[in-house]
Ligand binder design. Structure first.
Ligand SMILES: [Zn+2]
Ligand SMILES: [Zn+2]
Length: 143
């Protein structure tokens, strides 16, 4: 199954308009970067890759606005928060060596049975491990 990237990126921009947000340059760049990276990125990575680099406040604002309308999702990893494009609920993987996060789009978080009277707001499934890049580096010598 192939997704034509330009098509889906245009869909994202349409969605932005449909949710009443203007497609500002910061929002657009952010969506574009996350769309092409195909994995959730940290603030540091975003600041590093966005050209020209936005100031921190603009970046935080863009992240907050896009998350509020559901176009982005925040991923809480042991190494800090990452942001990825929205999609249906799914699990995440974080590399414990380099800290890279990955959306596991085909794995759904488990159904959790709560005692009566409790209301779940979010369920996250997080896998920690080592990514192929870090495995190849061979710096996993046991302490
Ligand atoms: Zn890694
Ligand atoms: Zn994700």
């Amino acid at each position: 199954m192939t997704v034509r990237r330009s098509d889906s990126f245009d869909n994202l921009v349409d969605e932005l308009h449909r949710r009443g947000l203007r497609c500002t340059i910061n929002r657009r760049r952010l969506l574009q970067l996350l769309f092409s990276s195909r994995r959730p990125l940290s603030r540091a990575e975003l600041l590093d890759r966005l050209q020209p680099t936005p100031d921190r406040v603009s970046l935080y604002r863009a992240l907050r606005d896009l998350e509020a309308v559901g176009l982005l999702h925040a991923v809480n990893t042991p190494e800090g928060t990452r942001w990825g494009l929205r999609s249906r609920p799914h699990a995440h993987f974080t590399c414990s060596v380099c800290g890279r996060a990955l959306c596991l789009e085909n794995t759904r978080p488990p159904e959790v049975e709560l005692p009566s009277g409790y209301l779940a707001e979010s369920v996250e499934l997080h896998v920690s491990g080592v990514c192929p890049n870090c495995l190849d580096l061979g710096d996993l010598t046991p302490q």
